[in-house]
Each structure stands twice: as structure tokens, then as C-alpha cells.
Design a protein around this ligand. Sequence first.
Ligand SMILES: *Cc1c(COP(=O)(O)O)cnc(C)c1O
Length: 389
Amino acid sequence: MTVYRVPFNHSSLRGSELKYINQAITTGQIAGDQTFSKKCQALLESALGVHRALVTTSCTHALEMAALLLDLQPNDEVIVPSFTFVSTANAFVLRGAKPLFCDIRPDTMNLDETKLVNLITPRTRAIVPVHYAGVACEMDAINRIAAAHGITVIEDNAHGLFGKYKGRWLGTLGAMATQSFHETKNITCGEGGALLINDPLYAARAEIIREKGTNRTSFFRGQVDKYSWVDIGSSYVMSDVLAAFLYAQLEARDTIQERRRNIWCRYHDELKEWASAYGVRQPMVPDHCDQAWHMYYLILPTLPARTAFIEHLKARGILAVFHYLPLHLSSYASRWGGLPGDCPVTEDVSNRLVRLPFFNSMTEDQQNEVISAAKEYVVDGGKNPAQSS
Ligand SMILES: *Cc1c(COP(=O)(O)O)cnc(C)c1O
């Protein structure tokens, strides 16, 4: 295994994680739905103004809960971007639904709302926008189209916690939204997630589905005198040991986001001249979006240029990585007949996008190494910066 001087990601303590874990264990609260889970949920509800937040074992599981809540039937259809993590689609496929893959916008890498109408059929039940890199999708247009067709919007907000769209928090713009606290996300507990419920219609049943199909949550609240099997469900409850870690990170959200803002802006400013000299594209953030500072990516001119760039950094002890492969061209999705050319922007960007190291404990020296290594790279076939000025 290669050991990198600058890894792509590295987990770190941001506050009271160990103290809270110790507290959870010594008070005998290590199963789910105890003090720290409740604190995390209350914090998410009040910070974002959502009707209900439920912490879960992962974002994948929060998506599965959303799919269960929609009561999807075989042959129902769900529209997802092709450029996303597999769980965005898989959660619905597990319920027997068919995913329809939408292409992305060439500027923000987000689901292209202008391509939605062509994909909608009488069987379309949900649209699942992903706020890529924590930059909002065009939610007004998406919600308008969804409402006109009676379709539910579920935000996969794994990248977007504490980002905003036109002044409104990401995760509050669909009927439901899902969060990830996987170690690669801004705020983490290793493995974890949350389901945010904005439409109160789903709240009571979400608690049941999360608790193995029982009304155990109402029982603990004293609303029923015994709990029993009332619906389908599974085990989506987060352990309070992890919730203790998560609560410390959530408490530190302002310093975490500020730190990440600094890292992002520094990459953006320092690489500007190099990028424009070689035709390397930097991220675009529309004025009406306050991004969540989730990642810093670059789009190289060609696939060979990206491969060589990743190798160039690797030789200097720096790990940069590419991102999603087009879902519509995956081996599993071939059953739905996806073809090259169906999502041209996704197919193109997937070959050329690279993510730079970006983590909460990244030092200035580490970032300097990445910046100077990147600037040493002469993009094949690109203009020489010395000649361009
Ligand atoms: C990370 C991620 C997920 C999955 O999150 P888990 O918590 O690991 O299940 C889903 N969707 C997107 C867009 C992600 O980035």
C-alpha cells in the first residue's frame, strides 16, 4: 500500500468526540435513540428548520427509507443523475423501481433540469437531485416540474449539508432529504447518515420503518403501552456511540465549514492562472448558491491528461482521485438498456474530473505541496504559460 504524504482524505477530531463517546459508554447508552442521537436530531432540526431529522446507519439507508416511504411498486420509475454514487439509484431499485438516468449540467455537474421533462412518464414517482460538491441543483425549476406532474422530490444531500440555495438550506427543499456522515464527508462519524423529513406526512411512518417495522419509538414516548409489528421496516438506527462522535462534529460545524472554505478558496485562487493557461476548468458556483465546501475538483482537457496528472501527483506523494463512473453505462444498468451517448456530459466529465486532497485537518504545508505540484504539471497539448503571457 502506498503511503501518501498528502492523502486524499484523513479523519480527525474536531472537538469533544472522545469525551462524548466516553459519556455514552459510562452512562450505559450505546444502543440507538438515546441522549446523543436525540441531541444530533434536535440540532439538525433547529439548525436547518426541518420538521423531523432521524439519524441512520448511513445515507444509503436513509435513501432506502425514503424509497420505502414512497411505497414504490414494480415498474414505478425514479429519475436520478447518472453522475452520482450508486446508492442514489440502488435504494429505489431495491424496491423494484426502474431508474431513469438524467444527464448533468456542464457548468455545475448537477442534474440538468432542462432534461427532466423528456424523462417523465405516468409511472415517474420521484426525482432525486444530488447537490454535487455541495453546490445546489436548480431546485426552483426541479420542484416546479415535479409539482406539475405529482412527483416527489428527495434531495440526496450527502455533499450539501449547510449549503444554501437562494438563502434556503439544502436538505429543506424536497419532501425528504438524505445526509451522509461517512468519513469522506465534511461532518462525520465514520459511517452514518440522516433522513430529513420536510413533508410531515412521512414522519410517523419513518419512525416505524427505521425501528424494524415496530411502533417502538411511540412506546418510548409513552404514546402506546406496548410495541408491536405494525408495518414493514428494517434496522436503520444509529448507535449512540457514533451519535456521540457525530454530535461533537456537529457542534464544531462552524469551524469545520470555515476551515474548508479557506482550503477551497486557496486552491481556487492559487491554481487560477495555471488552470486558465492549460485549459483546466475550475468549479463554477452560481451566485445564488452558498456552497457547502465539500470538495475541490478540476476538469482536465482530456482523459490522458487527467491520468498523467494523477500520476504526476502520486509521484510526489499526493493522492488525487477521479470520481463517479456514469451509472447508465454500469454493468448492472445494462438491463435497462443504457447506451453510450445517452448522457454525454456525464460521460465526458467522468473521464476528465479529478478531486484534490481536501480534509478538515489538512495543513497549510500539505496544501502548499499540492498547489506547487499541480502548477509544475504541464498539460499535454496545452499552451505553455510562459508563451501565453
Ligand atoms: C457518500 C454518498 C452517499 C452514500 O453515503 P453513505 O453514508 O456512505 O451511505 C450517497 N450519495 C452520495 C451523493 C454520496 O456522496
